[in-house]
Design a protein around this ligand. Structure first.
Ligand code: EMZ
Length: 386
């Protein structure tokens, strides 16, 4: 059995009716499954809101009980959204710079050089989490040693082993960020916190709460998503050594290959919106104040757009996947995530010949009507060097 395979649990419902229903903490969600509907809904921010009063409600499972701080720009709608987005956008485009990528390459190489000497490696905690955390120091432009603290937090900043929504765990992150903001208020550096506390929108400095909102998003949004993307990529190449060899021979394939892996594995299954007025989607009446979700994972397998959607085709030509969302709120961290995955695969093919999977425990997301494998709780492998 191919352990890297991630079959689409939405295929039947997508073809039959185009949606699914989920009861999330007694607050239902209508999950939109077709690419066309997902795109249309994502663009219509007036009717399908990301902001709104209840902070955390667009996330599924809803985070209304574990946080009050609005994540920015993620939980703000236009026109306010535009000013925040324009403010942070240049910072989050830094991963396009060669100097940035060479820092990522150094980080990845240190980890790779280490893992190929080991008998076995648990990829989630000893590879993906370590690389994600160390790479985040480059995105934030903070000292490398901060990554040690973040590694200790584990794979998800709000989720712990026994609970999906762990308020105590969330508080560790909030306290940490508050201290960091206080630090730069006294002694600014050239990190992201300092950049934010010194920024203005319409002539007004960002408040501490706003800075905190951007920072929470930066930590939370790119955590389990990036870890899943890296772990699934390793599992894929473990099961497909010929693909590893093919990319080694044809390094110019890397960008299309990464896009295809991101399409196929869609690290974030879906994201919600709150409906502002009575409306219809998929010919269903939707009441104001109820929730819908935009299922990126299903949209990416929509056979109306993608040929052989259940197959990983590393040189897929037409690939309008929406793993990073679509429209106003498309992922701010996408440039960093793409750069990191390209570097990982680029270095992996140079150093690793094959990867043996020794043990694995799948991470299955429970969406009521659907159960989706989103990655691994653990994946123990042996990296065989070249
Ligand atoms: C939120 C979300 C953002 C949420 C792009 O996704 O990621 C989730 O993992 C977090 O729990 O708070 O940041």
């Amino acid at each position: 059995m191919d352990k890297s395979k991630m079959s689409c649990p939405f295929a039947h419902a997508r073809a039959e009716k185009g949606f699914g229903d989920m009861n999330d903490q007694e607050d239902s969600v209508k999950i939109l499954l077709r690419l066309k509907d997902v795109r249309k809904t994502a663009k219509n921010w007036k009717t399908f809101q990301s902001g709104g009063e209840e902070v955390g409600r667009i996330v599924v499972p809803s985070e209304v009980h574990i946080r009050d701080t609005r994540q920015i720009p993620f939980e703000v709608d236009p026109p306010e959204h535009t000013a925040y987005r324009n403010l942070v956008e240049p910072w989050f485009k830094r991963p396009n710079e060669e100097a940035y990528q060479s820092k990522l390459r150094e980080i990845v190489n240190v980890v790779l050089d280490d893992v190929i000497t080991k008998k076995n490696i648990e990829v989630v905690s000893e590879f993906s989490l370590v690389i994600q955390s160390r790479a985040l120091t480059v995105l934030l432009n903070t000292p490398f040693k901060e990554s040690e603290t973040w590694i200790d937090w584990g794979t998800h900043v709000f989720r712990s082993e026994d609970t999906d929504l762990d308020a105590d765990k969330a508080n560790i992150l909030y306290d940490y960020i508050e201290k960091e903001i206080d630090r730069v208020l006294k002694n600014p550096t050239d990190d992201l916190y300092s950049k934010l506390v010194n920024s203005e929108i319409n002539g007004k400095k960002l408040t501490k709460e706003e800075v905190k909102g951007v920072m929470i998003l930066t930590f939370a949004g790119g955590r389990d998503t990036v870890i899943n993307a890296i772990t699934n990529t390793i599992a894929y190449f473990a099961e497909h050594p010929k693909s590893l060899a093919r990319i080694k021979e044809n390094p110019e394939m890397i960008n299309t290959a990464i896009e295809e892996l991101i399409r196929y594995y869609a690290p974030l299954t879906h994201m919600g919106r709150v409906v502002t007025e009575d409306t219809q989607v998929c010919e269903q009446d939707i009441k104001a104040q109820s929730r819908v979700s935009l299922c990126w994972a299903s949209a990416n397998r929509d056979e109306k757009t993608f040929k052989n959607p259940e197959e990983v085709i590393l040189d897929r030509k037409m690939n309008p996947h929406i793993s990073f969302g679509f429209g106003t709120h498309n992922c701010l961290g996408a440039t960093h995530a793409r750069a990191l995955l390209r570097v990982i695969v680029g270095e992996l093919v140079k150093k690793v010949k094959t990867i043996d999977i020794l043990e694995h425990v799948d991470n299955i997301e429970d969406l009521d009507e659907f159960k989706r494998k989103v990655g691994f709780n653990s994946l123990t492998v042996k990296f065989n060097g070249i």
